[in-house]
Design a protein around this ligand. Structure first.
Ligand code: PLP
Length: 392
């Protein structure tokens, strides 16, 4: 049987070229980048090179990029780091209701420590009202943290406009770009972003490596203290093999950007069309056009997303309901609920997220298998039966 992986927003496989680039750094090039002897010096060159590659993907300078342990760490570093650095100036932070828990739970932690957080609502497409954002900014506001693209729906936020507003008011703007990097063009010479978080494992590098762009001059308190690595911003001996992996993945993302984007968009449209042509009562969640090219979040009315996921898994098709971190909980996604989607429709959602190695055959297989599963689940769904008997 075919195995199809459509959960690339949860994690991606390591690209073969990335793995190949990493391998020498486990044994031959094992030095500590801080050592001044040959073993350290050699590795330091490769560390600098990886930093340049990440910077190049974002059109930033290497001095503005530091490596972290994961995307969650980058988000924590940005939100807590700014809060601690600027608490004497003000204690107000603005975010949205649809952030990843790496930002939301960090904000909740800061609320317990006496900070005030405004959680902006979103509309039915998952977007904020920029006027509401403008009105929320006060003299005490020190940070606006709003994601680049949502991990569940793929909705892309107006980062340019948000950044301009933040800059106009002298407020630091952090964006969690963990789902956007490699999928959308990001030019930090143009975008008014002060801090940007990214994660290796959404970009075909391994899990457990992240990076942070910090615009020169941005005030940030370090969260991890120790040695002076990463310009004193993040102590700890650098995880060289994984950093090399992230550098290589960034280089590939830049090199293959056009081809990947076109491929993903074509597959996503084929998948979407294939599904709605064969299955009635399917609703798209997220913005219809301002959306990541690889992401499709669909509600299959009258059935549970979780049951659909399990039944697809029996056919060796991997998708997700909710985000990877909250799947397994029966609560519907906080993102879909924030978009005003009724509880039972939110609960009937699954997320299909494509990657560069997916093929038309993968998509066609899913389109072939899905109608049968949906019909079987609808046949035993009390909600669907009620609807059928009402329409008789
Ligand atoms: N932010 C977003 C938008 C994400 O999608 C994820 C991962 O799902 C994270 C943060 C956390 O990143 P990591 O898994 O590298 O800690």
């Amino acid at each position: 049987m075919r195995r199809v992986y459509l959960d690339h927003n949860a994690t991606t496989p390591v690209h073969p070229e990335v793995l190949e680039a990493m391998m020498p750094f486990f044994q031959d090039q094992f030095g500590n980048a801080s050592s001044i002897h040959w073993a350290g010096r050699e590795v330091k060159k490769y560390l600098d090179d990886a930093r340049e590659k990440v910077a190049a993907l974002l059109n930033a300078t290497p001095e503005e990029v530091i490596f972290t342990g994961c995307g969650t760490e980058s988000d924590n570093m940005a939100v807590k780091g700014v809060a601690y650095a600027l608490q004497d100036k003000g204690r107000h932070i603005i975010t949205t209701e649809v952030e990843h828990h790496a930002v939301l739970h960090t904000c909740q932690f800061l609320e317990k420590a006496g900070f005030e957080v405004t959680y902006l609502p979103v509309d039915s497409d998952g977007l904020i009202d920029l006027e509401k954002l403008r009105l929320s900014i006060k003299n005490q506001t020190i940070l606006i943290t709003i994601m680049f693209a949502n991990n569940e729906t793929g909705t892309v936020f107006p980062v340019q406009e948000i950044g301009e507003m933040a800059r106009g008011k002298g407020v630091i703007f952090h964006t969690d770009a963990i789902q956007a990097v490699g999928k959308l063009p990001i030019d930090l010479k143009q975008l008014p972003v002060d801090i940007l978080s990214l994660s290796g494992h959404k970009l075909y590098a391994p899990k457990g490596i992240g990076a942070q762009y910090i615009r020169a001059g941005t005030k940030l308190t370090s969260l991890i203290h120790g040695g002076g690595q990463e310009r004193n911003r993040r102590a700890g001996t650098e995880n060289i093999p994984y950093i090399i992996g992230l550098g290589k993945a960034s280089e590939i993302a830049q090199r293959d950007f056009q081809g990947r984007s076109e491929h993903l968009l074509a597959l996503r449209e084929r998948l979407h069309r294939g599904i709605i042509n064969r299955i009635p009562h399917v609703k798209l969640n997220g913005h219809p056009t301002k959306r990541l090219p690889n992401t499709l979040n669909l509600s299959f009315l009258y059935i549970e997303g979780e049951s659909l996921l399990l039944n697809l898994d029996l056919e060796d098709i991997a998708v997700s309901s909710g985000s990877a971190c909250t799947s397994g909980s029966l609560e519907p996604s906080h993102v879909l609920l924030a978009m005003g989607i009724p509880h039972e429709i939110a609960q009937s959602a699954i997320r299909l997220s494509l990657g560069w190695s997916n093929t038309q055959e993968d998509v066609d297989y899913v389109v072939e298998v899905l109608p049968r599963i949906v019909q079987r689940l609808r046949d035993i769904s009390p909600l669907y039966q009620k609807r059928v008997s009402r329409s008789k």
